[in-house]
Write a protein that binds this ligand. Structure first.
Ligand SMILES: NC(=O)c1ccc[n+]([C@@H]2O[C@H](COP(=O)([O-])OP(=O)(O)OC[C@H]3O[C@@H](n4cnc5c(N)ncnc54)[C@H](O)[C@@H]3O)[C@@H](O)[C@H]2O)c1
Length: 270
């Protein structure tokens, strides 16, 4: 989409982690920020920091699982600033552990935030992007959206759903000739934000730096790149998973430590 100057970017889960880092990188490109998050205090801290550095930005407390709140925030954003050009579906949760030891409510919440929240936000804001001269949809999925993840079954499967949803929306926009709305799907391994504290990155990879990955995401939006697959091993994962016999793909996953990566997961609770 070329220059991002003056583009209005809405980010979900912008109070911390990757969302907050992305906000800073979009701000550095001259974007106007619409920050949203479930948690008011850190959200306000992010807004204050960005405002003080000269970025035009607003913050709205928003739970992406609350349809009425999404409609209310959309109305307020339109009144306060106007329609958005770029939506970054970033908010996400994970509850690691053996499937039967994680309460069912946490498995359900994973799907509500990571899948239903993404669908609801896209349903509410895609019309804005379509009205924009150049709009963009960004989905923060995960490398786990390409594989099975022991001790992260509902998290991984929620990201499989995000990838399938993003690909379907991209195909639908293309089929109806809506070429001015781009779609980027982001699939990284573990990022050093605290969400996956205790998890082990695959062999040959390290915990990714949030700044480095945010920089690549913003660049991908600017270039309307369809995928951000980081690090290199994620670029070959779909081939390994889909083209090799399953037993060999399982062997490779074990050899690279993907199957045991969540064994020591603690997350933000550590
Ligand atoms: N950290 C990683 O290793 C990693 C790897 C791959 C993908 N991701 C994805 O990147 C995205 C950001 O993750 P992160 O590492 O910054 O995590 P994080 O936990 O640091 O930040 C997530 C943010 O989402 C917000 N949030 C949670 N539930 C919400 C809800 N119902 N409504 C609105 N906001 C809500 C939280 O308040 C928080 O600010 C997530 O979608 C995650 O799945 C993370």
């Amino acid at each position: 989409m070329g220059s991002l100057q003056l583009k209005r970017v809405l980010i979900t889960g912008a109070a911390g982690g990757l969302g907050r880092t992305l906000a800073k990188h979009f701000a550095a490109e001259g974007c106007e920020l619409v920050l949203t998050d479930l948690h008011e205090e850190p959200l306000e801290a992010t807004r204050t920091e960005l405002s003080q550095s000269g970025t035009r930005c607003r913050a709205y407390v928003l739970d992406v699982t609350d349809d009425a709140a999404i409609q209310d925030v959309r109305r307020r954003v339109h009144e306060d600033l106007g329609a958005v050009d770029i939506l970054v579906n970033n908010a996400g949760v994970v509850f690691g552990g053996p499937f039967l030891e994680v309460p069912l409510e946490q498995h359900r919440l994973t799907y509500r935030v990571n899948v239903e929240g993404v669908v609801a936000m896209t349903h509410a804001f895609l019309p804005d992007l379509m009205e924009s001269s150049r709009g963009h949809l960004t989905f923060i999925a995960s490398a786990s959206g390409f594989i099975g993840l022991p001790n992260g079954s509902t998290y991984a499967s929620s990201k499989w759903a995000v990838i399938g949803f993003a690909e379907s929306i991209r195909a639908e926009l293309k089929a109806r000739g809506t070429r001015h709305v781009g779609v980027t799907t982001v699939c990284p391994t573990y990022i050093d934000t605290g969400m996956f504290t205790g998890a082990k990155p695959p062999k040959t990879a390290k915990m990714l730096d949030p700044d480095e990955i945010a920089k690549k995401i913003v660049e991908a939006v600017r270039k309307e790149q369809i995928w951000v697959l980081e690090p290199w091993i994620v670029k070959v994962t779909p081939f390994i998973k889909n083209c090799l016999p399953t037993k060999i793909a399982d062997f490779v996953a074990d050899a690279f430590g993907a199957s045991s990566s969540m064994d020591q997961w603690q997350g933000h609770g550590s």
